[in-house]
Design a protein around this ligand. Structure first.
Ligand code: FE2
Length: 386
C-alpha cells in the first residue's frame, strides 16, 4: 500500500430506476444543442433503449444515433467515427451499452478537439490529449466494465494485434447514470462475465502495489457486494435490487481500479484479447483464480481478508490457508456461474502463448502485481489454464 498518492474521481454518479429517461436536465446543464448517442447494435434494439430515445424526443432533445459500435473496438472504427464527430456540431455524447460503446465514446469525445488518429494516443503513441474532451454521459447496460467511471479507453491496435489503452483525465465522463431499467434483458453469461470483470477489478486493485487507503476501502466493499449479489443477478435477471447492487459494486471496483491499478490478470487478458479476440470479462474470470494461486504469496494478509469478504469461514484457518482459500472460492464461484474453467473454450491454443506472454510483459500496470511477474510464470499460468 502506498502512503504517497493521489485519488481522483471527478464523476457525478446518479443512481435510480428510470433516471435514463430524465436526460433533458443534463442536456440543459451542458447547454448542449446536438447530442450524439453511441450504442451497440444489440442494445439499440432493446425496449429500454427505445424508451430512452422516445423520452428524449418528447423532451425536445436534438440528437442522432450511432449504433454500429463493435466489441473490443478497433482503431479504424474510432477514426471513422471521430471524423463524423469533428464534422458535425455535436456538443454532448451519451454512451449506452457495455465497455465497448463507452470506450468508443470516450475516444471520440477526446478526438473532437485533439488532432491526429487514435493510434497516436494509445499507450506508447506520440500524442497526449491536450485539449478537453466534449462532455460525455455514460449509461452502462452491464455491471462490470466500470468504464463509466474510469479515464481509460481500451482500443485494439489492429496493426500490432494488441489491445492498448489511452488513459488520461480528459477522458472521464461527466455523468454516470446507473439505471437498472437499462440493464434489463442481458443474457446470463453477459451478466456473469461482466460481473466477474468487476470482481477482478476489485481484487486486483485491492492487492495492487499501487493501492492506497482510499482504493482499498472501495475495493473491499465491491468484493463483498459482488460475492453476495452476482449469483442472484445471474439466476434472477429480472431482480431489480441485485442489478442495482451490481451496478453500484461495479462502479466501486472501477473507482478503485482507476486509482489503484490492476495486475497480471488484466495484463494477460488484455494481451489475449488482442491475439485471440477473447471476451474480456470471461477471460478475466477464467484467469483470476489461476493467477491468485501464485499472487497470494505477495500479500497473504490481503488475500486472507479477501476470503473473508467473499464469505469463506476463515476462523479455523492459518493466514496462508485463508489466503489460498480466496482463489479456491473464485474457482467455485465461476462454476456456480457456469463460466468455463479453461482458455481452450475461448479457442486459445499453445502456439499463441509467445505473443500473449510478450504482450503481457509490455502491460503498463504489470509492476503493480503483488508478486513479480516473469515470462516463465506467464507460460506456466497459460499452460495451467488450457
Ligand atoms: Fe476489466
Amino acid at each position: 500500500m502506498r502512503t504517497e498518492f493521489e485519488f481522483y474521481c471527478p464523476i457525478r454518479i446518479v443512481t435510480g430506476v428510470g433516471e435514463s429517461q430524465k436526460l433533458d436536465k443534463w442536456v440543459k446543464s451542458f447547454h448542449a444543442n446536438l447530442v450524439l448517442v453511441i450504442a451497440d447494435a444489440i442494445v439499440a434494439k432493446t425496449d429500454a433503449f427505445l424508451d430512452m430515445i422516445n423520452s428524449m424526443k418528447e423532451q425536445g432533445i436534438a440528437f442522432e444515433v450511432f449504433s454500429d459500435t463493435i466489441p473490443e473496438p478497433p482503431m479504424e472504427l474510432i477514426d471513422d467515427l471521430a471524423a463524423r464527430v469533428r464534422e458535425q456540431a455535436y456538443d454532448l455524447v451519451i454512451a449506452v451499452g457495455g465497455g465497448s460503446p463507452m470506450d468508443t465514446a470516450k475516444a471520440v469525445c477526446m478526438l473532437k478537439h485533439n488532432e491526429g488518429r487514435m493510434k497516436d494516443y494509445l499507450f506508447g503513441g506520440s500524442k497526449t490529449p491536450i485539449h478537453p474532451s466534449i462532455p460525455l454521459i455514460c449509461i452502462p447496460t452491464t455491471a462490470g466494465s466500470g468504464s463509466e467511471v474510469s479515464c481509460a479507453s481500451v482500443i485494439e491496435d489492429t496493426e500490432e494485434h494488441i489491445k492498448l489503452s489511452c488513459t488520461h483525465p480528459n477522458l472521464y465522463a461527466k455523468v454516470a447514470i446507473l439505471d437498472p431499467l437499462m440493464q434489463k434483458g442481458m443474457p446470463a453469461m453477459v451478466i456473469a462475465g461482466t460481473g466477474m470483470d468487476a470482481m477482478t477489478h476489485a481484487i486486483e486493485s485491492y492487492t495492487s502495489k499501487n493501492s492506497s487507503v482510499y482504493t482499498e476501502m472501495y475495493a473491499r466493499k465491491a468484493i463483498e457486494m459482488i460475492a453476495k449479489h452476482l449469483p442472484v443477478a445471474v439466476k434472477e435477471p429480472e431482480n431489480l435490487d441485485s442489478r442495482m447492487m451490481m451496478a453500484q459494486a461495479s462502479t466501486l471496483a472501477a473507482i478503485s481500479m482507476a486509482n489503484g491499478g490492476l495486475g497480471a490478470v488484466h495484463g494477460i487478458s488484455q494481451s489475449m484479447g488482442g491475439v485471440a479476440h477473447t471476451p474480456h470479462g470471461i477471460t478475466n474470470a477464467i484467469l483470476l483464480p489461476k493467477v491468485m494461486k501464485y499472487n497470494y504469496k505477495g500479500d497473504m494478509d490481503k488475500f486472507a481478508d479477501i476470503a473473508g469478504l467473499l464469505g469463506v469461514d476463515t476462523h479455523a484457518m492459518t493466514t496462508e490457508e485463508a489466503a489460498r482459500a480466496a482463489g479456491e472460492y473464485i474457482t467455485r464461484l465461476n462454476t456456480e456461474l457456469n463460466i468455463p474453467d479453461n482458455i481452450t473454450s475461448l479457442k486459445v491454443t499453445r502456439d499463441m502463448f509467445p505473443d500473449i506472454v510478450k504482450g503481457t510483459m509490455g502491460y503498463r500496470l504489470l509492476w503493480m502485481n503483488p508478486i513479480e511477474f516473469t515470462e516463465e510464470l506467464g507460460y506456466r499460468i497459460l499452460g495451467e489454464s488450457l
